[in-house]
Design a protein around this ligand. Structure first.
Ligand code: 5IU
Length: 268
């Protein structure tokens, strides 16, 4: 099955240039870690991106929490992404009607389409939101842009389950040009009857922590090993890394745990 293939094998077969690039980065740097860099000033964000950049495949931002956001934030992130060979993922969680999300994505104060390789969106509003974002991506003609559908969430009592999660997979299948895969706790699609043999969605998993089981506000964690065994491809970790006493040591631990679990999976 898909989860026993290496990133290199999947890169070869994949139709998306962005996914090819992502898998190539993972192989080059031997990392499947996505740093959730939830820092609130440009200096802190760029400093952590510079120090941890060598050990991660993707940097995930919440750009609207950066209090002094501006051109230097975007320019800095873009330069660091090039220097350290990682992609940028803006965790904006688009959720409005198609017409509105196009404006939020393409222009606005945050100019997300200009700099973020990856964005994510919820299908609460129906398929139109994905159609709208897909249209923006296809019209812009920039090949390195893609969407992850939020098929599940890690917070306690999440309503993104069951039929909702199944609908996420069905909608994803209709937009192969722009939908790369899912944010979910586990692999979702390969067992479903409609899966075509060469379908290969990428699974990003949040709520990954080596030492904590959750936080006081409903976050629920699994370990890198559990997530990779469940078919995750990229592990998203925030406080477990950036809030550690020594973030560089922490990111190396997560990198090793994620890579060991990946190698074990492709061997079995
Ligand atoms: N995030 C989740 N759970 C989800 C989704 C996104 O935690 O289901 I979708 C985000 C929130 C935060 C990061 O930016 O991932 C997790 O951070 P910690 O590793 O610090 O909990």
């Amino acid at each position: 099955s898909r989860s026993s293939l290496s990133y290199a094998q999947r890169a070869e077969e994949h139709r998306s240039p962005l996914v090819k690039k992502l898998f190539a980065i993972a192989e080059r740097k031997k990392t499947n870690i996505v740093l959730s860099a939830d820092l609130t000033t440009t200096n802190e964000l760029l400093d952590i991106a510079d120090r941890l950049g060598p050990y991660i495949a993707v940097l995930k931002t919440h750009i609207d929490i950066v209090s002094d956001f501006g051109t230097s934030t975007i320019d800095g992130l873009t330069q660091l992404a090039q220097r350290h060979d990682f992609l940028l993922f803006e965790d904006r969680k688009f959720i409005d009607i198609g017409n509105t999300v196009q404006k939020q994505y393409k222009g606005g104060a945050l100019r997300i389409h200009d700099w973020a390789h990856i964005i994510n969106a919820s299908i609460l509003a129906g398929e139109g939101i994905i159609q709208a974002l897909d249209q923006t991506i296809c019209d812009a003609g920039v090949s390195e842009r893609g969407i992850l559908i939020l098929a599940e969430m890690t917070s306690k009592g999440s309503l993104a389950v069951g039929e909702y999660t199944r609908a996420s997979v069905e909608i994803a299948r209709k937009y192969p040009q722009s939908v790369l895969g899912f944010v979910s706790t586990k692999e979702l699609s390969s067992h479903s009857p409609a899966a075509s043999p060469n379908e290969d969605f990428v699974v990003f998993t949040t709520g990954v922590n080596l030492s904590s089981k959750g936080d006081a506000l409903g976050q629920q964690y699994q370990t890198p090993t559990m997530a990779m065994a469940g078919g995750s491809d990229f592990l998203i970790a925030g406080r477990g890394i950036y809030a550690a006493a020594d973030p560089v040591t922490a990111v190396k631990e997560y990198q090793k745990a994620g890579w060991d679990a990946y190698q074990q999976r492709i061997r079995s």
